[in-house]
Design a protein around this ligand. Structure first.
Ligand code: GLN
Length: 197
């Protein structure tokens, strides 16, 4: 099996951290800013940052429809925090003109934990990840308010869903790229390999 090439959407957010962790998880990682750059990748990470800004920049750079098509085509996508917001089919507490790429039949509430706690860390057990809980870094994080029947809930915290998967789309409320633990990225790299081979 050759090494998969995984893009990191580089409109805004913590792109560099994802590039580093993906390389450590045995993927070829590269930033993606333009529609034509989607052609050469086997999967895509959507980083954390600010989803309202990411939405605006996706429109400005002509990336909104190409990214929707990428997800619809069944290409693997992993969204962290703002990236989770971007793969949600529906949002709560969004800005009125905020767009998403969609892909996961779920309703995500922006800044949900932020109302209680701006940022915090917690040990999170994620289904499918061996070796004990991962350290979840939550920064003005969203949670998943509800999911449709095709969505697998992979992790909860304090009664709220914080990690999900639907087909080839994975999303976490937290930021595994900030912890030095590659296991969530390794799970995604494995999804990309299976989708491609
Ligand atoms: N609160 C941010 C948003 O709504 C997400 C924060 C993050 O990605 N760390 O986009």
């Amino acid at each position: 099996m050759s090494t998969p090439t995984i893009g990191v959407l580089a409109l805004q957010g913590d792109v560099r951290e994802h590039l580093t962790v993906l390389a450590e998880a045995d993927a070829l990682a590269r930033p993606v800013r333009r529609p034509e750059e989607l052609d050469g990748i086997d999967g895509l990470v959507i980083p954390g940052g600010e989803s309202t800004t990411m939405s605006k920049l996706a429109v400005t750079f002509g990336m909104l429809e190409p990214l929707r098509a990428f997800v619809r085509a069944g290409k693997p996508v992993y969204g962290t925090c703002a990236g989770m917001i971007m793969v949600a089919d529906k949002l709560l507490d969004a800005r009125e003109d905020q767009e998403t790429f969609g892909g996961v039949d779920m309703i995500v509430r922006r800044n949900a934990f932020g109302r209680q706690n701006e940022s915090f860390e917690a040990a999170i057990d994620v289904a499918g990840i061996p070796g004990g809980p991962v350290e979840g870094v939550f920064i003005r994080a969203p949670w998943v308010e509800s999911v449709g029947g095709a969505v697998e809930v992979l992790a909860t915290y304090d009664g709220h869903t914080v990690a999900v998967r639907q087909g080839n789309v994975l999303a976490t409320s937290f930021h595994p790229e900030l912890t030095g633990d590659h296991r969530v990225h390794a799970l995604f790299v494995d999804m990309v390999r299976r989708a491609r081979d």
